[in-house]
Design a protein around this ligand. Structure first.
Ligand code: GRF
Length: 193
């Protein structure tokens, strides 16, 4: 079976990266992880990917224009022959040109029930608004921030006395279920690239 070749960009802990990676190692997975790349050498997820035998790449954004940094990251994607890019806690905005070149092939996971709470501090904002539920969304990346088509969502109840930290931790459990399924469904319904 042809497996879709998926690269992942991370900036931090990489728990969603790990969820995607271990899902990809399950029998009958529709995708494989061909690269984990980061703008931060200290991103903990890089060590995990490396230990699991996945190719890694680091290019610091510091001292580079957005275009130059993106060009280096894109060269790594091309070298890895990636069909798709999954952003998983990648804390950089990609240049419009990059996004257009990869149109329809970049997915992101965002910790809110989009279109609510685009941007940062999503859990604090949901709690302060008195929402009964928070959650996560997997969406297609378009040039406008957190605005692309939503492919799948997971709803997570907000408990009494919830803090942004406790909610973030529980939403991640839901993210780890959601992201691999959403990636799998997406790559399965698109023709081979
Ligand atoms: C997740 O909450 C994700 O929704 C957001 O960034 C966080 C990444 O966490 N985009 P991790 O590095 O996957 O643990």
């Amino acid at each position: 079976m042809h497996k879709a070749r998926v690269a992942i960009f991370i900036s931090g802990g990489g728990t969603n990266m790990a969820a995607l990676l271990y899902a990809s190692l399950m029998k009958d997975s529709t995708f494989e992880i061909v690269l984990v790349a980061s703008n931060k050498a200290e991103a903990a997820g890089l060590a995990i990917a490396s230990a699991e035998g996945v190719k890694t790449f680091v290019h610091s954004h510091k001292g580079h224009s957005r275009e130059d940094h993106d060009a280096a990251m894109e060269a790594a994607l091309v070298e890895a022959k990636a069909d798709y890019l999954a952003l998983a806690g990648y804390m950089r905005i990609l240049s419009d040109e990059f996004v257009r070149r990869w149109e329809g092939r970049i997915l992101n996971i965002h910790p809110s029930l989009l279109p609510k709470y685009k941007g940062l501090e999503t859990h604090r904002r949901a709690i302060e608004a008195g929402d009964t539920h928070a959650g996560a969304s997997v969406h297609i990346v378009v040039p406008e921030l957190d605005a692309g088509e939503v492919l799948a969502q997971a709803r997570v109840a907000i408990c009494a006395g919830e803090t942004a930290a406790s909610l973030a931790e529980r939403v991640k459990f839901a993210e780890h279920q959601l992201y691999p399924r959403a990636v799998s469904e997406y790559v399965s319904r698109r023709p081979a690239i």
